[in-house]
Design a protein around this ligand. Sequence first.
Ligand code: SF4
Length: 122
Amino acid sequence: MTSANGSSSNTEKTLEAMKSFSETYAKRTDTYFCIDPSVTAVVIEGLARHKDELGSPLCPCRHYEDKEAEVKAAYWNCPCVPMRERKECHCMLFITPDNDFAGDKQDITMEEIIKVRESLAG
Ligand code: SF4
């Protein structure tokens, strides 16, 4: 993952920004990452991909007819309205401690995220 030039280093920066956002937001909302870190990694990777493609971290766990319109509507820009209002994250990125899938971590390593990204890239 040496990304000496251009687009790949930009992508990595976005990934780091989304990781940092997720860690900070979990701490602020008293929510936890999934016991399976690959779930967390996939969602962070999806958020970063949307941020790069669309300029906003549109929720990666939904299907959209028109992504640009959804970004403008802002409802599903992370943290989405259900999360902000009711701590409901259907991606299982932010999980309340009473949920069986909640782990005890509010941090994830870049290595875990990059491992998932590489497996997705095939
Ligand atoms: S469900 Fe909401 S809080 Fe969870 S990843 Fe999607 S946009 Fe973010």
